[in-house]
Design a protein around this ligand. Structure first.
Ligand code: ZN
Length: 313
């Protein structure tokens, strides 16, 4: 059996045929088309190439940013470069015969679906997934089912309020988790400190162009003993730990899975995070809930999308 997994991202559109073990048999990646006129032919070319390379899939899974109605596969809300897809049904865009079922959801739920089928959420019933990238995404499995909520917004952990009077978030709220812990938030703190001329290796390296200091360089500087970088990360990690402890009290999950590029920092993030989350949540929960890295190392989003088919069928 093969499943067609598709990830529609802001910069790349990726599609691949995945087998029942979660292995990618063939895949294609194209730059995300900038308008509808070029989207449809380029998308269909990629799918046609995959069908010729393998076979007609047993199902199609699509991960896409924004808010997707899983019942109809309609893209309800999609700000940014792919705005032109809003209001369209992903099943129509894929354009395969009617008897090939199409499942679609937002990218964080798709990542969790991949973990449910092949990864760290396998055989579990209550799991939180948090994706730490330039923004923060999230998804929850509650009593064995992906939580979707009344309007499909449930699980948006990045928009949990952690500072009621904090910075304005693009969503309209203030002090959302992603304004204090995300690659973008950490970089913003570093750039401001460099511009102020704070004593740090970051200031020495990036005083001409602060915006070249990336989240990864902040972690690197902290690991080399830079006090300012360490302080920026400690403050952001403390906020994330507070948010996660609260979420553990709400969801009581068996495990928390971290994905996204910031989670690649590994022990430098995980160790202080675990320590603080456990201190905060042990009293009520009576245990230390495991906080683990994503195990379906699916940088492409293709495997997670295929997992959505397996998890939903
Ligand atoms: Zn927000």
């Amino acid at each position: 059996m093969v499943i067609l997994g598709i990830d529609i991202g802001g910069s790349q559109l990726r599609a691949g045929m995945v087998d029942e073990n979660g292995a990618i048999l063939a895949s294609r990646a194209i730059p995300t088309p900038s308008d509808m006129e070029s989207f449809q032919p380029q998308f269909h070319d990629a799918i046609r190439w995959l069908l010729e390379a393998t076979a007609l899939p047993a199902g199609v899974g699509v991960g896409c940013k924004g808010v997707i109605d899983p019942d109809t596969t309609r893209i309800e809300l999609l700000p940014g470069a792919l705005h032109y897809l809003e209001g369209l049904r992903l099943a129509d865009l894929v354009g395969l015969p009617m008897d090939v079922p199409v499942f679609a959801d937002n990218d964080a739920r798709v990542a969790l679906a991949g973990e449910m089928v092949w990864g760290a959420a396998r055989d579990l019933r209550n799991v939180l997934m948090i994706t730490l990238g330039s923004g923060v995404g999230g998804a929850a499995m509650v009593d064995g089912k992906l939580l979707r909520g009344h309007s499909g917004m449930a699980g948006m952990l990045g928009h949990l309020t952690v500072e009621p009077d904090g910075a304005r978030c693009f969503c309209g709220n203030r002090g959302c988790l992603e304004t204090v812990f995300s690659a973008r938030a950490i970089e913003g703190e570093a750039w401001a400190a460099v511009r102020r001329g704070c004593v740090s290796s970051l200031t020495r390296l990036f005083s001409e162009q602060p915006q070249l200091a990336s989240c990864r360089t902040v972690f690197q500087a902290a690991s080399e003993g830079d006090a300012l970088a360490a302080e920026i990360l400690a403050r952001a990690t403390g906020k994330l730990a507070g948010a996660l402890a609260g979420l553990l009290h709400v969801f009581d999950p068996e495990v928390v899975i971290l994905g996204g590029q910031v989670a690649n920092a590994g022990a430098a993030l995980l160790e202080p995070l675990r320590r603080q989350v456990w201190e905060r949540s042990r009293g009520l929960l009576g245990r230390d809930t495991p906080i683990v890295e994503q195990t379906v190392a699916d940088k492409t989003g293709i495997v997670g999308a295929a997992g959505l088919v397996m998890a939903t069928r």
